[in-house]
Design a protein around this ligand. Structure first.
Ligand code: ATP
Ligand code: MG
Length: 241
């Protein structure tokens, strides 16, 4: 007897979205289960960011559906999705350079006020000690890697169940990339965090992802295992390397 599949935490069916009348994402169907790390890969400009924005509700779906724990959320606004448990770190991180690290961090507070307990922010400082040690510094003075930690910390403060990450390796040093991969893995394993992450960095994908969804021209063209990217021909075909 086989064990039935649990309901995916986040699922899309034939999701279509774009800008105005321009369709970018075409009929994307994906499903991600609790504790899973799904990488969305593909070359520049294929629509990865557009897909993530449609998952978060920043862009409306023009066709198809989005479900969270089996419940239809296709028309839900971003703040409603955040309340349900979707966290989002945009490409470029969305840090306010002229505000302090602490001010940036506690902006996430409004997402789920109940979640911001001392225990919860101790948890964030445990993951990213630099956010406490340099809390008074302007966020703009942080390195790329530190800013990414700040963006991740801010998103995690809302205690999301699904984290949507858009190119976390962008502009950060190779040694930090490995560390970030390990952290994301740990969050998935220990806290059952579910992650959908757009990424083009081979090392990071291999350090954290369970599966990779390959996007070309806004559509899913393949699903591969991270190990398959060890083949340079596969990596060259699917990533901007
Ligand atoms: N605000 C916008 N208005 C109109 N078209 C847009 C907008 N943002 C992106 N596009 C177009 O949508 C397409 C997909 O862009 P998107 O940013 O989703 O790609 P991407 O895969 O995330 O690329 P990258 O790897 O460079 O981040 C591109 O052709 C882009 O020009
Ligand atoms: Mg992008």
């Amino acid at each position: 007897m086989s064990i039935p599949d649990p309901i995916p935490l986040l699922e899309t069916r034939q999701l279509t979205a774009g800008y105005g009348r321009v369709r970018i994402v075409h009929r994307v169907s994906l499903a991600v289960h609790e504790g899973e790390v799904l990488a969305v890969i593909g070359r520049n400009g294929v629509g990865k960011t557009t897909l993530i924005k449609a998952l978060m509700g920043i862009l409306p779906a023009t066709d198809g559906s989005v479900r969270f724990e089996g419940n239809e959320i296709t028309r839900a606004k971003p703040h409603q999705r955040a309340r349900l448990g979707l966290g989002y770190v945009p490409q470029g991180r969305g840090i306010f350079s002229s505000l302090s690290v602490t001010e940036n961090l506690f902006m996430g507070e409004r997402i789920g006020e109940a979640a911001v307990t001392p225990k919860n922010y101790e948890r964030i400082y445990g993951f990213f000690p630099v956010l406490r040690e340099r809390g008074h510094q302007m966020a703009g003075s942080f390195s790329g890697g530190q800013q990414q930690q700040l963006a991740l910390g801010r998103a995690l403060l809302g205690r999301p169940r699904v984290l949507l990450l858009d190119e976390p390796s962008e502009g950060i040093q190779p040694n930090i990339v490995q560390e970030m991969g390990r952290l994301i893995r740990r969050l998935a394993r220990e806290e059952r965090l579910t992650v959908v992450v757009v990424e083009q960095n081979l090392d990071l994908i291999r350090a954290m992802a369970d599966r990779c969804l390959v996007i070309e021209k806004g559509a899913v063209v393949a699903e591969i295992l991270p190990a398959e990217l060890a083949d340079p021909a596969v990596a060259a075909r699917y990533l901007a390397v």
